[in-house]
Design a protein around this ligand. Sequence first.
Ligand SMILES: NC(=O)c1ccc[n+]([C@@H]2O[C@H](COP(=O)([O-])OP(=O)(O)OC[C@H]3O[C@@H](n4cnc5c(N)ncnc54)[C@H](OP(=O)(O)O)[C@@H]3O)[C@@H](O)[C@H]2O)c1
Length: 160
Amino acid sequence: MELIVAVDKNWGIGKGNDLLFRISEDLKRFKAMTVGHAILVGKRTLDSFPGGKPLPNRTNIVLCFPEEECPPEVRKVTSVEEAVAVSKEYDVVYVSGGESIYRQLLPFCEKAHITKIHSAKEADRFFPNLDEDESWHITEESPIQSQDGLTYSFITYERT
Ligand SMILES: NC(=O)c1ccc[n+]([C@@H]2O[C@H](COP(=O)([O-])OP(=O)(O)OC[C@H]3O[C@@H](n4cnc5c(N)ncnc54)[C@H](OP(=O)(O)O)[C@@H]3O)[C@@H](O)[C@H]2O)c1
């Protein structure tokens, strides 16, 4: 499994069940990386997608409790163990949020594709700081990009 996330300077990822920033180049990159593959998201992140609908042209695996209702086209899993087992059926599964899902699945991920935005906003959801975690190191870093007054870079971390 690999994961993909956009973090701000403080590793904030969301507020009020929404993203902190919408950078179109980052959203395009997320689409380009995940279309044709599978993403794994929590129920709240699914609810935050447009119309609460799964993202098109990729398998949407959703981690939630058995009694929760999900759209019929998603692949529902009800435990981390089941999520890990189901992920073996796909060439790659991109763990795509939110905080609760990232924290539980991080131990099963080998690679993390992180968009680091060099600004800070008030957040109520965070991603663990991989720069302070010795089990991860940076293997690729894009030049600094900018859009709408925001600067950011695409960074790949791999498990040491
Ligand atoms: N910046 C980014 O790249 C990015 C990407 C995706 C999402 N986000 C943001 O992240 C935020 C959402 O994160 P979140 O942590 O609130 O929600 P989440 O991780 O999307 O989903 C959590 C939901 O899944 C359920 N759940 C979690 N673990 C479970 C398990 N083991 N078994 C069954 N159900 C389980 C939770 O139930 P309980 O609460 O009842 O435990 C909760 O309903 C939003 O602000 C969103 O915009 C940011």
